[in-house]
Write a protein that binds this ligand. Structure first.
Ligand code: AMP
Ligand code: MG
Length: 339
């Protein structure tokens, strides 16, 4: 979990006059928490049912290694067959394309085969890195998102090593869809928070929504930020999936150029209107590293970024620095690492 809503337990979050309603459920491998301001009970119930149905479908259809649509597509690609994707899957594939291109392929959903080599597709972490030969073999086959072909509703790939994994994008995309769904129900003030990645619309009465950004090591909050209007905040962190082997930490954000976990950061937080774009960008900037994140952010249309380096040092854009609050000193982060 990358970010936390600063309101503690469910009950303490209830406003005295009951104007804040919350519900939560598990989907896409995480806790989805929805907060609604000034919404009547019936509308809140309709919203809850609709979002649970949407996220449940997404969970089934977008599993790269599952029985749903994306798993079927991946197996068809591996077998060099064409696949007739339904409208929802085609929309997901199309939505990720601009970020793939603008990131120069640092965000690349065709990376599933590499994710599998590292064992990050499983619940239980691997105990050791894959052999270098296996990584080199994947690099030699160079599966990239641009290998996908579309012909009259049929999807195929010129490269059978493509295995699509939208793990860096689908949560943000689902959050955007959920906000659209809430808007269609007439809801104007809400937060959809999927394991710390979130989008907020409107406000919490006469004050903005306040969001906490967690420490990449330890459990505390390192900063907070206020959101009013319509904005998403997404964090990519090396702490979400990782294993330690011979004292070295190997995490799930992989550099498609090297085949290894991107070494520069503990976490990268991006604010942007679209949660899908912020999700893809947080991953891409994490991979880009210190020398390249600024031009990649510019190419992706991202102006608000905070990066916590592997050494605990914090870097951010001026636009982010202008609004972030209560930032811990870098040594606090290093100290919390020891816990
Ligand atoms: P995120 O937490 O959004 O950074 O997403 C990380 C997840 O996306 C990983 O668990 C992988 O499934 C997948 N992934 C890892 N590296 C990349 C990459 N460079 N481009 C696209 N997806 C990636
Ligand atoms: Mg991401």
């Amino acid at each position: 979990m990358a970010l936390t809503l600063l309101c503690g337990a469910l009950s303490s979050c209830e406003d005295a006059d009951g104007r804040l309603r919350r519900f939560e459920f598990h989907a896409l491998g995480t806790l989805i928490e929805v907060s609604l301001w000034d919404v009547d009970e019936d509308t809140a119930l309709v919203a809850e049912r609709a979002l649970i149905a949407d996220f449940t479908r997404a969970q089934r259809d977008w599993q790269p290694w599952g029985d749903g649509a994306l798993g079927e597509l991946n197996r068809a690609i591996r077998a060099r067959r064409e696949y007739r994707a339904d409208a929802e899957l085609k929309a997901l594939i199309a939505a990720a394309q601009p970020a793939y291109r603008s990131s120069g392929g640092l965000f690349d959903p065709a990376i599933g085969g590499l994710v599998e080599l590292w064992g990050f597709h499983r619940e239980a972490p691997a105990s050791a890195p894959p052999p270098a030969q296996a990584i080199n073999a994947w690099l030699a086959r160079r599966p990239v998102y641009a290998d996908l072909k579309f012909d009259n509703g049929l999807v195929s790939s010129g490269n059978p090593a493509v295995w699509l994994d939208f793990g860096a994008f689908a949560k943000g995309y689902a959050i955007d869809r959920a906000i659209e769904r809430l808007r269609r129900l007439g809801i104007r003030n809400a937060i959809v928070n999927a394991g710390g990645d979130l989008r907020a619309i409107g406000a919490r009465g006469n004050r903005p929504w306040r969001i906490g950004i967690r420490q990449p090591r330890g459990a505390g909050v390192m900063a907070s930020i206020e959101i009013a209007g319509d904005e998403s905040l997404v964090t990519s962190g090396d702490y979400e999936r990782f294993f330690v082997h011979d004292g070295v930490r190997y995490h799930h954000i992989l550099d498609p150029r090297t085949g290894y976990p991107a070494p520069a950061y503990m976490s990268v937080t991006v604010a942007h209107q679209s949660a899908a774009v912020a999700d893809a960008a947080a991953t891409a900037l994490f991979v880009a590293g210190p020398s390249a994140w600024r031009p990649v952010a510019a190419a992706m249309g991202i102006t608000q970024v905070m990066l916590v380096g592997a050494d605990g040092r914090i870097e951010m854009t001026d636009a982010m620095a202008a609004r972030i609050q209560r930032l811990s000193a870098p040594q606090d982060i290093a100290a919390s690492e020891a816990r």
